[in-house]
Design a protein around this ligand. Structure first.
Ligand code: HEC
Length: 136
């Protein structure tokens, strides 16, 4: 798990995440064993492929403060922390080094990549209780 990408969550969201995970049904299935191939090892040794998220964390950093869920740049920045691990620091997407061939490259989610979407695309009945509607 890319746990370093979740260290930016505030306490309330971590509590919410744990509560959600605890209420979904457990599954019992065999997981494929993790395997790092020669290219992955090389990238790791070069420092280009972080395999141990614990090494990327600041273990003494203060927990982030709670943030109001609102259509603000500040809240967007907070939420987007969870996207950068796959979509990249600039959100331009592309293959993640070391991922298996069947792992689809994350899309470009900058305005260039998703400019075809309209706000209405995010306003389906499923989103009706979400922030997109609340912001109107
Ligand atoms: C675990 C990796 C991962 C994370 C984390 C992730 N994405 Fe993605 N995302 C993908 C991949 C892979 C695709 C491409 C899927 C495909 O091509 O079928 C994708 C596709 C998308 C698309 C569709 C783009 C299009 O062209 O239609 C959007 C929008 C998107 N992601 C937004 C987000 C947002 C917003 C976040 C954070 C809240 C996020 N993603 C976090 C892996 C991720």
């Amino acid at each position: 798990m890319p746990s370093h990408e979740f260290t930016n969550l505030n306490d309330a969201d971590v509590i919410g995440l744990i509560a959600y995970l605890k209420q979904i049904p457990k599954v019992a299935r065999a997981m494929r064993a993790n395997h790092v191939g020669p290219i992955g090892r090389l990238l790791y040794l070069k420092g280009d492929l972080p395999l141990l998220p614990a090494e990327l964390m600041n273990h003494t950093a203060a927990h982030p403060a709670e943030i109001t869920s609102a259509p603000t740049a500040e809240y967007g920045r907070y939420i987007a922390n969870a996207c950068a691990g796959c979509h990249g620091k600039t959100f331009s997407g592309g293959k993640i080094p070391g991922t298996p061939p069947e792992f689809r490259p994350p899309a470009n989610i900058t305005p260039t990549g998703i400019g075809r979407y309209t706000e209405a695309d995010f306003s389906s009945p499923r989103c009706a209780k979400g922030n997109v509607q609340a912001a109107r």
